[in-house]
Design a protein around this ligand. Structure first.
Ligand SMILES: Cc1cc2nc3c(=O)[nH]c(=O)nc-3n(C[C@H](O)[C@H](O)[C@H](O)COP(=O)(O)O)c2cc1C
Length: 405
């Protein structure tokens, strides 16, 4: 995926520096050339030898030692790189870059670089919340630096808060996005639904399904990376809000329906990736149902079919994409649904398999269109599936009559 792409990986003196080893290793496995630059404080936490062995490149730490590869190494390395990534980026590094300070190899190379630069802050939650750090982040964003949001969770100190370095896998995905970015959806307004819905039975119980929301979130993230404006309407999930996306959280099918209808006129493309409950209990008990009541029969009524309603209310030029989560006769069932609901594209997947679909990071899908076309996307990460879906949507948009929306 990154064959021969040239990446300068900066590592600073944060406790998460060890995770940068995994980042470097994954980038190498994807075929990238990785040159690591470490601050002096980073070398006190992880040995440069580890990075040198993983990357097969010399590791740069000192500005004034004998040059190894180039004459003026901090400048030449910055010119060599197609992308600079700093992970972890300390509060100190953010402050220095925001102020234009160049007092060591890494900060000088950053000042000398004119390629895109991704900074991945990681620090104690109180440090991260500090107004000076937040001001620096705002300033850096305004200057064109890309900054990944740290994750919320358990920190090295034992405290829980926002400041954790995102998992190496997420950082690498962002790097791949930045290096393979296509800006073919600039200004396209996309409405995406994701995740399950919950239909309450009593104040503590609900009916739901195994959808993790990953497919819808991957669609949101990739559409955003390609330049789209994205509203993501999500049922309850454990996923972090994708950056740059307007997230609307809902719980029930009816709440999701209302949120979708509220944004329908705004959207040019609607992708319904949520696993909306097909039924809900007729009655919701006001108090918790007691086991002592004995066997329980729950009467269910169908929920409204959001996708069918969207398809009926669509205006000319609006594209509607559905998902068919099937466990048998996947293609036949998906095609019947595509025709019944009058969609522009149907993404069929088999949710009966343990290695793809629900609750998995992978998927294998078939993209069906009303003309009888069927494009197979073999098993791959959901982000890649999402990109294949957007490739198809971009083609359909190019053929559709613009709607003025
Ligand atoms: C054990 C240890 C862990 C640290 N972890 C972090 C961290 O996660 N984030 C951070 O911003 N600073 C952290 N610091 C403080 C930085 O190392 C310190 O601000 C230093 O000046 C950063 O230098 P550098 O940005 O040149 O690497 C840590 C310090 C120590 C001793």
């Amino acid at each position: 995926m990154l064959d021969g792409r040239k990446i300068m990986l900066g590592v600073t003196g944060g406790i998460a520096a060890y995770k940068a080893v995994e980042v470097a290793s994954r980038l190498r496995k994807l075929g990238a050339e990785v040159a690591v630059v470490m601050t002096r404080n980073a070398t006190r936490l992880v040995s440069p030898l580890t990075f040198r062995t993983i990357t097969g490149h010399p590791v740069y730490t000192e500005m004034f030692e004998e040059p190894r590869r180039w004459n003026v190494e901090h400048v030449e390395l910055a010119q060599w790189a197609e992308l600079v990534v700093v992970a972890p980026a300390t509060a100190n590094l953010l402050g220095k870059v925001a102020a234009g300070i160049a007092d060591d190899f890494l900060t000088t190379a950053i000042v000398a670089a004119d390629c895109p630069c991704l900074l991945v802050p990681a620090m104690n939650h109180r440090m991260y919340a500090n107004p000076v750090v937040q001001r620096n982040i705002r300033l850096l964003r305004a200057l064109g630096y890309e900054i990944m949001e740290p994750e919320h969770g358990r920190l090295a100190s034992g405290a829980v808060g926002k400041g954790r370095l995102p998992e190496p896998d997420r950082i690498v995905r962002r790097v791949v996005q930045m290096l393979t970015r296509r800006e073919d959806m600039v200004g396209v307004r996309v409405l995406i639904t994701a995740g399950p819905t919950r239909e309450p039975l009593d104040p503590v119980r609900y009916l739901s399904n195994r959808s993790s929301g990953r497919m819808g979130y991957a669609l949101a993230e990739t559409a955003r990376a390609r330049g789209a404006e994205v509203v993501l309407i999500s049922g309850p999930t454990a996923l972090a809000a994708p950056e740059g996306v307007q997230l609307v959280r809902v719980v029930t099918a009816e709440e999701m329906r209302r949120a979708v209808l509220d944004h329908l006129a705004w959207a040019r493309v609607v992708v319904a990736a949520a696993a909306v409950a097909d039924w809900r209990p007729v009655e919701v008990a006001k108090q918790k149902l007691k086991k002592e009541q004995g066997p329980l029969t729950i009467q269910l009524v169908p929920t409204v079919d959001i996708l069918a309603e969207v398809s009926q209310r669509r205006r000319p030029g609006q594209l509607v994409v559905g998902f068919a989560a099937e466990t048998e006769d996947v293609l036949a069932n998906a095609r019947a649904k595509l025709e019944r609901k009058g969609l522009d594209l149907m993404v069929a997947n088999n949710v009966g398999r343990p290695d793809v679909g629900f609750d998995s990071e992978f998927n294998e899908v078939w993209l069906l269109d009303p003309g009888g076309g069927c494009l197979h996307v073999p098993r791959c990460r959901k982000e890649e599936v999402a990109d294949r879906i957007w490739d198809r949507v971009v083609e359909l948009l190019a053929n559709a009559t613009p709607s003025g929306g």
